[in-house]
Design a binder for this molecule. Sequence first.
Ligand SMILES: [Zn+2]
Length: 145
Amino acid sequence: MNLGEPEGGSGADADESASVPPPCDSCGTVSTAKAGPRPGPREGPYVAVLADSSWIDPVDPAQDGRRPVVACSGRCLDRVRAVLASRPYTTVELWAGKVTRAVTASQGPPVRAELERATGLTPPQIRAAYDWLEEHGIWLERHSR
Ligand SMILES: [Zn+2]
């Protein structure tokens, strides 16, 4: 797992696609880098991918549980790390997020096979996910056969 370190070395300059820099996940500061071809020198942003079982990736299910974070400084990155490290990583919470995404995306109650395909989970894992959701006061439509 890549917990990521602040990028300060050479050659790791691949991500220049974002036109609007995301705000710091700790203090909300938006990087002041100009949208020119050559941003000036700056301390941040620091980027990292941190383990977080509550993170469901909006684009890539393979990244579920791996929360991308942005911080304006090394200190803010440490704060974000501390917050995430203070909560347990719970696999069933990750399953619950996958089930929630699949049920929310489906039109009406999902068919069981669709739910299994959409989440990549086994029936016992899906049952555990529903149980976890109900324990946390979240009621989703149950799948149909
Ligand atoms: Zn910050």
